[in-house]
Design a binder for this molecule. Structure first.
Ligand SMILES: C[S@@+](CC[C@H](N)C(=O)[O-])C[C@H]1O[C@@H](n2cnc3c(N)ncnc32)[C@H](O)[C@@H]1O
Length: 205
């Protein structure tokens, strides 16, 4: 199943990428400089948006099938990038060694958000930032949230342990980040239960 997901991932996202995700990735990454860490980098859909000048790019991906695709894409688009086999909760990087952590569509998949966010905070330099783009729980009391709750157990299996009802903005605050920018916008071109998204920039407090 994991192999199949890795195979189909780019195709499954292609409509959404064209309708919004690609533009959001570009906007979030355009000013990234220094040491950039893309956690749970998947098949490398952020690669073409990371500036090539004044950047050192580290990509982590714990899933073997995703990582194989990531390694191939990085070899073509960003041959100097380092690809590491590591989960967000245990990064093989020193404290305060990263300028920009990139987290796109990953905090729905980590087993628990708090240990992952603590680790991202650990590797960020003072003044560093976390750029994020995540699908989240719909508004409290909404029909969509009720649907997300109904579908979540099935989706968890279909989409490789992807949670639908996480309050990721609150998790960022609880993990000691401040939200410098936060934008909520429905993701277009995908299934409705993943449409509520947040994106922005967080900094360690
Ligand atoms: C929906 S994909 C997103 C991929 C990519 N970041 C993107 O924006 O297209 C979720 C990714 O998170 C990865 N992942 C799952 N658990 C993880 C963990 N504990 N730490 C880091 N990445 C994880 C998965 O292997 C998968 O590649």
């Amino acid at each position: 199943m994991a192999w199949l997901r890795a195979c189909c991932y780019d195709l499954a996202l292609s409509n959404t990428e064209a309708r919004c995700l690609s533009a959001w990735r570009a906007e979030l990454l355009k000013d990234a400089r220094g040491v950039i860490l893309d956690v749970g980098a998947g098949t490398g859909l952020n690669l073409r948006h990371v500036p090539k000048t004044d950047t050192r790019l580290i990509l982590t991906e714990p899933d073997v099938d995703m990582r194989a695709r990531l390694t191939r894409r990085a070899a073509q688009e960003r041959p100097d990038a380092e690809v590491l086999d590591a989960p967000a909760e245990a990064l093989p990087l020193p404290d305060a060694s990263v300028d920009v952590v990139v987290c796109t569509l990953v905090l729905c998949s980590v087993p628990k958000q708090a240990p992952a966010l603590a680790e991202l905070r650990r590797v960020l330099r003072p003044g560093g930032r976390l750029v994020f783009l995540e699908h989240v729980a719909a508004e409290d009391g909404s029909a969509l949230l009720r649907w997300q709750r109904r579908i979540e157990p099935l989706w968890w299996h279909i989409a490789e342990r992807c949670a639908l009802t996480r309050h990721t903005d609150q998790a960022l605050l609880d993990a000691g980040f401040t939200l410098e920018t936060l934008r909520r916008e429905p993701m277009r071109g995908g299934v409705p239960w993943v449409s509520p998204t947040i994106r922005g920039v967080a900094r360690p407090r």
